[in-house]
Structure formats: structure tokens, C-alpha cells
Design a protein around this ligand. Structure first.
Ligand code: ATP
Ligand code: MG
Length: 212
């Protein structure tokens, strides 16, 4: 259990390294890694986490948000995979940013029969709104706890987003607008942890065993 906890705490650091951030420098670097289970927000400097928060509101919760929204609004039960597809295909983090629609099928909770309905991008935003708010709120708290000289670096460099959740349409725009800091998404956001682990293991050399 201890080992799991250790990895969980260090995940944003590994993600930041994988994203190519220079976290061993004295300057401040902020990373928001949104995966399936958690959104990890961290400010790193000199290779250490200065301030961080982890919230259990990420991709899987977003799928549940969409599922529950459709259940409530249309009395239609859809599967988790359909919810995830909606999120990835027509989802958006900002109202009016995207005007896509998608037909989905589910089971009508009243008749018990299959039914097809059309869902819009703005409806996905509405479903995700509360969850996205809570990530913004945590990121704001992390920024508030960051020493001013490190904040200045973050404003200059921008916040780096990693993880599959960062691919949600409009999310970097929402974050930038809410946090008043430039927000960039890393290349290959789904691979940063694997890439970062590789970099760390290589650089740790024979210290590798004690780290693991
Ligand atoms: N284009 C996309 N838009 C929105 N979400 C996406 C997109 N592509 C993938 N995701 C979501 O990203 C999540 C997976 O991301 P990632 O692989 O970074 O998570 P993880 O590292 O396995 O989870 P954790 O970091 O919580 O342990 C899934 O919830 C998936 O639905
Ligand atoms: Mg992850």
C-alpha cells in the first residue's frame, strides 16, 4: 500500500519530466495531469513538489457525469463506453465552443425499450461543468500556495497539461481563462508518465533499485 501511495504522489513529477519540463532547475513549473482516476496538480522546482493537490475528479468521473446527466434529463440509460465516446467525440469544456451533435442509443427507463436521442456539445459541457469547476478550484488553490517568485515563472512559461483528460476540447482555454495564466498541452499527453519513468530510470542508474 505504501508503495502505491508513493507512486501516486510522485505521478505529477514523472508526468512533468515526461513532458520535457525542466523541473530540476530552480524555476517554478506547474503541471496539471488529468488521467482516468485523478487530476494531479503540482508546482515543481529543484526536482521537488513545492505545492500540490490531487482530486478524484478525472476522466472516469466525467464519464459518470455524462451518464447521470443523460439519465436525469432524458430518462435514458447509456453505457460507460457511450459516455466516454461522447466526451471524446463531441465534448467541450466551454459553452458555445463547439457545435457538434451525436446520436446515441440507450434504454428508455420508462418504457424499458431501446431509444435513440441526439446529444450536443453544449450538453456535454453542462454535464461536466461541476467536475471541471472543482479542478479549476484546486488549481487555483495550488497557485495561491505557490511562493511568488515561482508564480512569476509559471506566468512566463505557462501551465503544462498532460494526461488523457487534457485532450478534452476547450479545456486549456477554460483553464487559461479561469486561472489567468497561459496553459499549454504537452505533445503526446497520454504517454508522458511512461516517457518520464523511462527518463528517471535512465538517469537514476544504479540508484534504480532503491527508488523502486
Ligand atoms: N480526446 C479525449 N478527450 C477527453 N478525454 C480523453 C480523450 N482521450 C482520452 N481521454 C480520457 O483520458 C483518460 C485516460 O488518461 P490517462 O491515460 O492519462 O489516465 P491514467 O494515467 O491511466 O489515469 P490516472 O493518472 O488517473 O492513474 C480516460 O478517462 C479517457 O477517457
Ligand atoms: Mg496518469
Amino acid at each position: 500500500m505504501e508503495e502505491n501511495k508513493f507512486f501516486l504522489e510522485e505521478e505529477p513529477k514523472v508526468a512533468a519530466i515526461g513532458a520535457g519540463m525542466e523541473i530540476f532547475e530552480p524555476s517554478g513549473n506547474m503541471v496539471i495531469d488529468i488521467g482516468g482516476g485523478t487530476a494531479d496538480i503540482a508546482v515543481l522546482s529543484m526536482g521537488e513538489i513545492v505545492t500540490s493537490q490531487s482530486v478524484k475528479v478525472a476522466g472516469t468521473q466525467w464519464d459518470q457525469d455524462i451518464l447521470q446527466y443523460i439519465k436525469r434529463k432524458y430518462k435514458l440509460l447509456i453505457g460507460e463506453r457511450t459516455a466516454e465516446t461522447l466526451k471524446m467525440t463531441i465534448g467541450t469544456a466551454v459553452t458555445g465552443f463547439r457545435a457538434e451533435t451525436m446520436e446515441i442509443r440507450g434504454r428508455d427507463l420508462v418504457s424499458g425499450l431501446p431509444k435513440t436521442i441526439t446529444i450536443s456539445s453544449d450538453e456535454i459541457e453542462e454535464a461536466l461543468h461541476e467536475s471541471l469547476e472543482s479542478i479549476v478550484h484546486s488549481a487555483r488553490q495550488v497557485l495561491e500556495k505557490t511562493p511568488p517568485e515561482l508564480s512569476a515563472d509559471i506566468i512566463d512559461r505557462g501551465i503544462i497539461m498532460t494526461g488523457g483528460g487534457s485532450l478534452l476540447h476547450g479545456l486549456t482555454d477554460l483553464m487559461a481563462e479561469q486561472l489567468k495564466v497561459p496553459v499549454l498541452i504537452t505533445e503526446r499527453p497520454l504517454d508522458v508518465v511512461a516517457l518520464g519513468t523511462g527518463v528517471l530510470l535512465e538517469s537514476l542508474g544504479n540508484k534504480k533499485r532503491s527508488w523502486l
